[in-house]
Write a protein that binds this ligand. Sequence first.
Ligand code: ZN
Length: 336
Amino acid sequence: MKKAVLAITAVLFFCSWNLHAEMSDEVQVPVEEAFSACDIMGSYLGGDLRSPILPAYDDSDVCNEKVFDYGKTSPLKITDKRVEILIAVNMDDYPGALCRDIKKIIELSDKYWLHPKTNLSFAITGILYGRLGKYDADKDNSRYGKINIYDKFISDYLREHPDKIPDYVVYFLGDEISVMHGGHAGGVYLQPEVGGVAVIPGGRIDLTHIYGQCGYDDAGKNIISNVSIGGECKNKPGTPCVKKNGVQICVTMARSFMTSDIFIMQAITVVHELMHVFGGARTHFDDPNCAQVMGEEYDSVMAKPIDGPFDSRFQEYAGICPYVFEKLRTTYGVDQ
Ligand SMILES: [Zn+2]
């Protein structure tokens, strides 16, 4: 059974943005240093940090004879207006990942979307650093009754901290879809003995995705041109590139809200995938289902002035149909 059970293939919006770039050289720091810079309680270092070579992936070690009940998805419990979020980072995909950058992403998600639209806030319950090897699709196969190396990493932590089952897991992992599109929804499968649930709702996000990337090579690592190449700049090759926030982006996107901070893309994705977790797969802003479900309310929302620094209604609602935010707010009784 494939991971898509949690239903959400939910390939992120903005599909024309492609590839990622490694974090620039100046933010590359040793793993130990990145970890020690993190002062969030509950941070946890997994894998073997002293050796870059992980033990071979042992199938028998992570499987359990019990068949999973995939229906046992952890519900959003959300107490005290807090959406508890656990973060996992594969340091082999992102060796320069800094705690402060990760915290910044969540702060941006809160500031621009979650808090203004729902009156809830994210609360980080832990940041887990793992050395899981460069992303490997072969190790990402959750077969029936077994979990993969990426899920196991989180399972191991939660077995030791059973009181820390979060509402939502954000996994910074460079899989094919996150690298291509910026992120996608993906539940985390737990070993059955952990916490009494089988799946924790989650999102997988590319930590180094550049919105409006311009003039980069195929790997997205090196600047090789001062004009866009291939599908960059919404498939308009030859568009001039400009420098902003330490990266090279399309001149046509230089004034977009989406390029106002290097991590806006990651921040909007964190919220986008959370809203899928709550609302389901068919909750995109531009899904015909959106206007249908909202009825007259749809026109009245669309008629309002765009709130905040956004360029579009789509950005304002992180690509999700507005009723999902409203429903989240009323479900958890945070109207007042
Ligand atoms: Zn989506």
